[in-house]
Design a binder for this molecule. Sequence first.
Ligand code: PLP
Length: 382
Amino acid sequence: MRRQFGFSTTAIHGIPHRRPDWAPIAPALQQSSTFVNPVGSDEEVLYSRYGNNPNQLTLAKKYALLEGAEDAIFVASGMGATALAHLAMLRPGDHLISSSWIYGGTQLLFDHELARFGIDVTYVNPEQPRHWRKAVRKSTRAIFVETPTNPLMRIIDLGPIAYIAEEEGLALMVDATFASPVNFRPIEHGADVVITSATKYLNGHSDVIAGAVAGSLSFVEEVNRLMRLWGQAIDPHAAWLIDRGMRTLAVRMERHNANGLAVAQWAEKRDAFTKVHYPGLPSHRDHEHAKSVLSGFGGMVGLELKGGAAAAERLLNRLKLITHAPSLAGVETLVSEPRLTSHKSIGPEGRAKIGIPDGFLRLSCGIEDAGDIIGDLEEGLK
Ligand SMILES: *Cc1c(COP(=O)(O)O)cnc(C)c1O
């Protein structure tokens, strides 16, 4: 679907249309599992597990427009979206190549669940395109990449990967949750399928768990078929809340981008931090590439605190505005420690090796006043 209107307009209206007299301005919530069926009709019934409740459908159309995809579908969680997208793409005996820098839940899904279907996964360092090609087998069907990455905010260059996928006839699937379609649209860079945790920026208010898949009409139809059978439909109320959240997506992202940059620039000058990971800083490894592909650098900042775990705990215990909690991308600033969450299983040496030493803080800058976020960190460091 082609987007005819700007991002803000699309995120609010989808495709704007004249409303009938007396129509509600806010969309009605159709909190109904089922709908009246015409007697004698053999048309598809309306049933919310089928994903054909109006709240589910209008949300999906709007999101497809933002991603520049033919179609999209919302499901019960980001993990649900990842699982169904891969089940739709892969058959037993197929091979998947995945970036090694991915969300922990996704890695567990690949290693333990896809394996049960006889699907083999090879992990590749995404910085070396040659490795992608070397990993291709006769049975390879798809490549999976996550960008920006957690928690180093690396921005993967999809160009060479999309080129290999095209040449080898593979599908390129991208989880761009950390960017949101406002900052990065994978389909414009050669991806066939976009997976997102709508729990994060799309909804943006830390009150919904949901996920979405965008891609071609036929692919989304297959995800829809699986969603019905595996029972992964999104609840109409969750869909309604995301639709509401998305109406402010563009303005929220502007503020997340501004706050992320302000905090990163402040932290870089503060010697309490040995390193700051933010793609908007010239010191970031991917800054040049990030400038060319992102419309904004986002609200996620990685901070390496001097003094390791003890210093991190001291700081976290002193924060008043910033809350220590997992997850990200809501209006309120959250902070978490990869050593206790996403990167717990690999141990301190494993973490140090991949550049996530203890004392690493992952900050999800909300949309508060930047000065207050910085002020809270300043107080905490005293
Ligand atoms: C949170 C997240 C997921 C999982 O989403 P849920 O909505 O929690 O199921 C997947 N990928 C990335 C990059 C995430 O941040």
